[in-house]
Design a protein around this ligand. Structure first.
Ligand SMILES: NC(=O)C1=CN([C@@H]2O[C@H](COP(=O)(O)OP(=O)(O)OC[C@H]3O[C@@H](n4cnc5c(N)ncnc54)[C@H](O)[C@@H]3O)[C@@H](O)[C@H]2O)C=CC1
Ligand SMILES: O=C(CO)COP(=O)(O)O
Length: 337
């Protein structure tokens, strides 16, 4: 049994805390909201994020970051990308010994263009970090809490750290593989949300299954193109954290990115969509970051660029699709090399 802290009591942090608590680990879930910590401790529910779930009795919550920091030998960071800097910065003021960090956030910071593990390293001191492991893959919280079979990947430059995280989380319904390709895993996890927004848009336009299959495969082509240029292993993009997560996010009604895209495709404006969602839609900020990365690395990313125009330059979704279809003729495979 290990002492583990999970930072962030949204749907994913809570679902992972349940997996850990059910595995017998002494798990403490941190939220920045006292009322939510009280609900988790007294009612054993987290209704805003997982309305039908009863939390295990051994799962405790706290609103004290100091208590949370002291508790875990392993600290799982499960806040949205935009909160990573702030939360890790606060953590850095409290850490007195090195910890094993696991992050599960799927994004890239616009402008700095840092991946999550890079952001974490920038926000804390090297001596405070034992190792960083990224846990990613096709895994909607709503299905994990139902104990439906789920497979993910733990990636780290340190195989020992990845295996430690594999052991912490692995259960009968939660299977964890290891990978040493942190870049590929982080890029795949972040960029699939961009394509999922686009898939939601084409569904909102009622364009059907051919369009969605095209988005998934051509989306993977452009994610791979960028990810390989940034140093990722091409095979990673065909795995759970690439193709696997792309499939689940582009096709599941649980996906907040797909749902947001669907509303955009039906004609709602971005601010109206985000107001209605009430949960993080990572793909919006990641579209900006991916657009900037494509320019920086001089990689053609037509789907990302089209989505950028829709989200930030008010292009009509139907016009964006029309323009994608009449682009210059291309070879399918040569473009990937
Ligand atoms: N929901 C899911 O099924 C999965 C989510 N993820 C990733 O996990 C990350 C977190 O997502 P969710 O839990 O789904 O989001 P969510 O929207 O359900 O919850 C986000 C949580 O973060 C908290 N938060 C926001 N800003 C904060 C701040 N500055 N300080 C402290 N806490 C703050 C919110 O209060 C909320 O509890 C995202 O990067 C997402 O892409 C990854 C895999 C699956
Ligand atoms: O990453 C996820 C599933 O693997 C969750 O996707 P959404 O953030 O779109 O809900």
């Amino acid at each position: 049994m290990e002492q583990v802290t999970v930072l962030g009591a949204g749907s994913w942090g809570t679902a992972l805390a349940i997996v850990l608590a059910e595995n017998g680990h002494d798990t403490l879930l941190w939220t920045h909201r006292q009322d939510q910590a009280d609900e988790i401790n007294n009612e054993h529910t987290n209704k805003k994020y997982l309305p039908s779930t009863v939390l295990p009795a051994n799962l405790r919550a706290t609103a004290s970051l100091e208590e949370a920091t002291k508790h875990g030998k392993t600290i799982v960071v499960a806040v949205p990308t935009k909160a990573i800097r702030e939360v890790c910065g606060e953590l850095s003021k409290l850490l007195t010994e090195p910890k094993l960090f696991v992050h599960v956030s799927k994004g890239i910071e616009p402008d700095s263009l840092l991946r999550i593990s890079e952001l974490m390293k920038e926000s804390m001191k090297p001596e405070q970090i034992e190792e960083i492991v990224v846990l990613s893959g096709p895994s909607h919280a709503e299905e994990v809490v139902l104990q439906h079979p789920t497979t993910v990947t733990a990636a780290s430059e340190s195989l020992a750290a990845a295996e430690k995280v594999q052991d912490l989380f692995m259960s009968q319904y939660f299977r964890v593989y290891t990978n040493d390709d942190v870049i590929g895993v982080e890029i795949g996890g972040a960029l699939k949300n961009v394509i999922a927004l686009a898939a939601g848009i084409t569904d909102g336009l009622s364009y059907g299954d051919n369009a969605k299959a095209a988005l998934i495969t051509r989306g993977l082509a452009e994610i791979t193109r960028l990810g390989v240029k940034m140093g990722g292993n091409p095979f990673t993009f065909a795995g759970l954290t690439g193709m696997g997560d792309l499939i689940v996010t582009c096709t599941s009604v649980h996906s907040r990115n797909w749902r947001a895209g669907n509303m955009l495709g039906k004609g709602l404006k971005l601010n109206e969509v985000l107001e209605q969602m009430g949960m993080v839609v990572e793909g919006v900020r990641t579209t900006k970051a991916a657009y900037q990365l494509a320019q920086k690395h001089d990689v053609p990313m037509p789907l990302t660029t089209a989505l950028y125009e829709v989200l930030f330059n008010d292009k009509e979704p139907k016009q964006a699709v029309d323009e994608l279809m009449i682009r210059m003729k291309k070879a399918e495979i040569d473009e990937l090399r």
